[in-house]
Write a protein that binds this ligand. Structure first.
Ligand SMILES: Cc1ncc(COP(=O)(O)O)c(C=O)c1O
Length: 426
């Protein structure tokens, strides 16, 4: 996929990245539809078609635009949203609402109303109070709402603490100790139909052990709930969190590495505990979109501090990719217009923000670089555009989608006027 052309430029998904930078300017997010489709195909072949009664939903928080909704719909996946804004994007994109799962640890009344009014397929209850919020709104609409309960399974995962969510001390989900009362209350609600349970234990996981432990923990709960309350769990949503390639250190696994172990654990323990096999849903975000995205920058100031390091600054940084500053995320990058030249120096890629912490990459090996070169940071599809800000009043980059034979701007580059559009002068 990533090759060089006769001009030695870096080619991504069949497109010359230097030409893209010239045509659309930088910084620029570039997304490959081909990569997204390949990922979805793998999910279909190795999970959905392999196991009965399964479903895959894309976690929109990783990257959500109306165009992305359309691709996900075409690929036959559902959509997980976590806010009124994400829900609104899905509605505006005409995404089938029955395939939408609405999450969130602090959903507002308006957000729940929007979800129920538009017939979102599932609402995931995160805490006790939400039950009466949903019940009240659903009864006003005279609807019965299908829900899952998010459980915090008390499982640690091997990832950065900011993206670990399955441990007991988490703001997400119902702690195991409180499940009984939350289920009881849900079952007493006239306008709520409990379908089952959900867990998401963390993001960027390269081992399947936490998923296996979480499935076991959930099945124990499902058994207790069945024995005590007579509730038969119809659905188990096992979240996302599957790791992707960022740097050579990442030992990336196919989707089946996770899903086979989830399904094997499920079959084994359902059999042992005499439980019906629930429908299993997975919810990957990063795994679908992460490697489908790259970011193009133009190199500007180059500052050598003798005996210490060389800073190579680019025309974006923390506002278009806060992940390195937020949780020390690591990235690889290439100089697109010198792609097959030998590395000659080790540099630090700095963003243009007024923040010492705005460093995109430490110790990157590059050929002799100069002002005007195009830097391509790879695997930026997930949690870059979606986490972008206007810090330092920098306009957010455009997003270009590479389709089979043409590229399309799916998000326009922001202008200075866009940045000021909600401000009022006094
Ligand atoms: C509930 C839920 N599902 C799915 C995901 C997607 O995680 P990832 O992008 O790592 O697959 C997240 C991420 O935070 C999440 O909170």
């Amino acid at each position: 996929m990533n090759v060089v052309n006769s001009r030695k430029n870096f080619i991504f998904s069949g497109y010359d990245t230097v030409e893209l930078a010239k045509k659309y300017g930088t910084p620029l997010y570039v997304i490959s539809k081909e990569v997204i489709k390949d990922k979805c195909k793998e999910i279909r072949n190795d999970f959905l078609y392999k196991y009965d009664n399964t479903k895959a939903v894309y976690a929109g928080k990783a990257f959500l635009t109306m165009a992305m909704c359309r691709i996900i719909e075409e690929e036959g996946l559902g959509l997980d949203v976590v806010s009124g804004g994400e829900l609104y994007t899905a509605i505006k994109a005409d995404f089938p609402m029955r395939d939408v799962i609405f999450h969130g640890n602090n959903k507002s009344t308006d957000e729940i109303k929007m979800a129920i009014e538009n017939n979102a397929g599932r609402i995931v209850i995160d805490h006790m109070d939400e039950i009466s919020m949903i019940e009240d709104i659903a009864s006003n609409f005279n609807k019965k709402v299908k829900v899952l309960i998010r459980v915090t399974p008390g499982v640690n995962s091997n990832t950065h603490k900011y993206i670990s969510t399955g441990q007991r001390d988490s703001k997400f989900g119902v702690p195991i100790d409180n499940i009984h009362e939350v289920v009881s209350k849900t079952l007493c609600s006239e306008h709520i139909e409990l379908m089952g349970f959900h867990f998401h234990i963390g993001s960027g996981l390269y081992e399947n052990v936490s998923h296996i432990s979480a499935v076991k923990a959930l099945l124990k709960i499902i058994k207790i709930i069945k024995d005590d309350l007579g509730f038969i769990t119809k659905e188990l949503n096992t979240g996302g969190g599957f790791g992707i390639y960022y740097t050579k250190k990442d030992c990336v696994k196919p989707i089946s590495y996770y899903t086979d172990s989830i399904m094997e654990t499920l079959y084994k323990y359902c059999n042992e505990l005499d439980l019906d096999i629930p429908k299993v849903t997975i919810e990957p975000g990063r795994w679908i979109i992460g490697e489908a995205g790259i970011t193009l920058y133009t190199i500007g100031a180059i500052k050598e501090i003798p005996g210490i390091r060389t800073y190579v600054s680019v025309d974006g940084g923390l506002p278009d990719n806060p992940r390195p500053a937020l949780y020390e995320a690591k990235y690889e990058a290439v100089i697109a217009n010198k792609y097959n030249e030998k590395p000659e120096m080790i540099v630090t890629i700095a963003g243009k923000c007024c923040e010492t912490g705005d460093i995109l990459i430490h110790d990157l090996s590059v050929p002799e670089v100069c002002k005007g070169d195009v830097l391509v940071v790879i695997s930026t599809g997930a949690y870059n555009y979606s986490m972008a800000s206007n810090y330092n009043k920098l306009p957010r980059p455009a997003v270009v989608l590479l389709d089979e034979d043409e590229e399309k701007i799916i998000v326009n580059r922001e202008t200075y006027d866009d940045i000021l559009k909600n401000e009022n002068m006094i």
